[in-house]
Design a protein around this ligand. Structure first.
Ligand code: DON
Length: 279
């Protein structure tokens, strides 16, 4: 079904049986579909095969987007697709704008992976371990390395500090951007960078989300960076001045929407299983 859907909008009949365009298109569809097969297909009695996500026309169209007529796509550059429908084991962010311009920016969390790992009997949901967002003792870091003191100490009825930054930006009273991300203590800096990427560096929404990130949170006195965030020269200049860098796995999983005069522009983070609509 994926194969048929991948080629259905093309004029195969006009190109002719086993002619170059026909073969090229079919091979490129096959490459992508078999990559999905390797990850998502198995005995449905044992494995929840995400059939409807795999057959979603928007998904299939997106899979075929990377194909160009100029050259074969190397299989090494094709991975199984990222499909919607798998839940994050901890924090999730989504940004939505409807056709009327109503916007929501929602970050929701269990805190750590699977929260407290306790499922409420009969109700089927996990309890979080949000207590970790309080400062347990002055200066003692929490699971994200964040420190605090009295202001964020544990007290009955008090809410713990959160780094979650679900954001809606308006410009001259009109919706401009919706943005947010999971990532514990790195949430704030990921949202900060995404906003700057658009406003100061003229990136489109997807470029702004893709761009490599870095993060500093006072303590520890280091700068986390994604591989390739800086050129060797920039790194050298900064290191000379005393900045200490640590290579960090992907930072954040930003989902954002920018309002443009041509409609809504989505940015879905390639670091995760995110999906965008709009353009
Ligand atoms: O509210 C907070 O700042 C944390 N509970 C968020 C945790 C989080 O983002 C986990 N990871 N991806």
């Amino acid at each position: 079904m994926q194969l048929l859907k991948s080629v259905e909008k093309y004029p195969l009949h006009r190109w002719g049986h086993n002619q170059d365009s026909t073969v090229q298109l079919m091979v490129e569809a096959e490459r992508r579909v078999y990559a999905d097969r390797s990850k998502y297909l198995g005995d449905p009695d044992f494995y929840k095969v995400p059939v409807s996500s795999l057959l979603d026309p928007a998904y299939i169209q997106a899979r075929m987007k990377s194909f160009t007529w100029n050259a074969a796509t190397p299989s090494s550059s094709i991975q199984p697709g990222k499909i919607a429908g798998y839940e994050s084991n901890q924090t999730t962010h989504y940004s939505i704008v409807d056709r009327y311009g109503n916007a929501v920016s929602i970050t929701t969390t269990l805190n750590g992976g699977f929260g407290s790992r306790i499922v409420v009997g009969g109700a089927g949901f996990l309890l979080n371990n949000e207590m970790d967002d309080f400062s347990e003792k002055p200066g003692v870091p929490n699971m994200f390395g964040l420190v605090g003191g009295k202001a964020n100490s544990i007290q009955a009825g008090k809410r713990m500090l959160s780094s979650m930054t679900p954001t809606i930006i308006e410009k001259n009273g009109k919706l401009f951007m919706v943005v947010g991300t999971p990532g514990g203590g790195t949430i704030i800096t990921s949202v900060f960078q995404t906003i700057l990427n658009v406003i100061d560096f003229n990136q489109d929404m997807q470029q702004a989300v893709n761009a490599k990130r870095f993060h500093s949170q006072w303590l520890p006195d280091t700068v986390d960076m994604e591989t390739g965030a800086f050129t060797p020269k920039t790194l050298q200049i900064l290191k000379k001045k005393g900045y200490r860098f640590l290579n960090f796995p992907p930072i954040g999983q930003v989902d954002a929407i920018l309002v443009t005069k041509n409609g809504f522009q989505g940015g879905a983070d390639p670091r995760g299983d995110d999906t965008k609509l709009g353009w």
